[in-house]
Design a protein around this ligand. Structure first.
Ligand SMILES: Nc1ncnc2c1ncn2[C@@H]1O[C@H](COP(=O)(O)OP(=O)(O)OP(=O)(O)O)[C@@H](O)[C@H]1O
Length: 223
């Protein structure tokens, strides 16, 4: 689904990531961990072709990203839901409109019932008409998950989705990601929260990728 072959990435100085080769297979659940500044967000950006590798090959849905034109990248991204670290919303639009924005942008529609079901699923059924500034951090993150999956993506990538949340809210968000994985979606979550990873491993066959010394490698079972 997403494959890295001898990938390196550099922002212009030395290499931040070097010689990364791995596969995220369909239906898998991976965490990505590593110290602050190790390159977790950069790795995620390579996964959705926001960045192109400076060496090696990234292949998404069987297409090498370097050969894709803008329309092809846009089509590919529609199959990926991204939950960004600092989930941004249009503050003057209610949550329901923010969540459905990706559909509006691509000229698609959803039924009122499907939208209500989705908002209820993330626990925001009562907040469809609320404006983003009135939401708590946890509510914003769950709205960001709803927005990321409104296009029914095959892959969900989340960058520190529980970064600012208390433990109960982190578990609630984790449960949503686990449920998405049980629906067959491929999940990759960047986090430095090892307790979250330990908890997830009780619920799902999650594997852990660790960035260390510029490499991204599968961690052992010792977490
Ligand atoms: N656009 C950019 N230009 C230059 N350097 C960058 C850019 N984006 C990130 N970096 C640098 O690359 C390194 C890795 O950043 P990245 O955000 O990928 O790390 P991270 O592991 O996600 O960190 P954190 O856990 O703190 O979010 C950092 O040293 C950062 O300053």
């Amino acid at each position: 689904m997403i494959a890295f072959d001898n990938v390196a990435y550099s922002y212009g100085g030395g290499e931040l990531l070097s010689d990364v080769s791995l596969r995220l297979t369909p239906g898998s659940f991976h965490f990505l961990t590593g110290p602050s500044g190790a390159g977790k967000s950069t790795f995620l950006k390579l996964c959705y072709a926001e960045l192109l590798p400076t060496a090696g090959r990234v292949t998404i849905f069987d297409r090498e990203v370097r050969g894709l034109d803008r329309d092809e990248v846009a089509r590919m991204r529609r199959r990926m839901g991204v939950v960004h670290q600092d989930c941004q919303f249009l503050d003057h639009l209610p949550i329901a409109a923010n969540v459905t924005l990706p559909l509006a942008v691509s000229g698609r529609d959803t039924s009122a019932q499907d939208l209500a079901d989705l908002l209820a699923w993330v626990g925001l059924g009562q907040l469809a008409d609320a404006l983003p500034p009135s939401l708590s951090g946890g509510e914003r993150q769950r709205a960001a998950v709803a927005r990321a999956i409104i296009m029914s993506p095959d892959v969900v990538l989340a960058d520190e989705p529980t970064g600012n949340l208390d433990w109960d809210m982190s578990l609630r968000l984790l449960r949503l990601l686990v449920e998405l994985n049980r629906m067959g979606k491929t999940i990759l979550v960047a986090t430095h929260d090892l307790n979250l990873i330990r908890n997830a491993k009780q619920q799902v066959a999650a594997r852990v990728l660790r960035i260390s010394n510029r490499r991204v490698q599968l961690a052992g079972a010792d977490l």
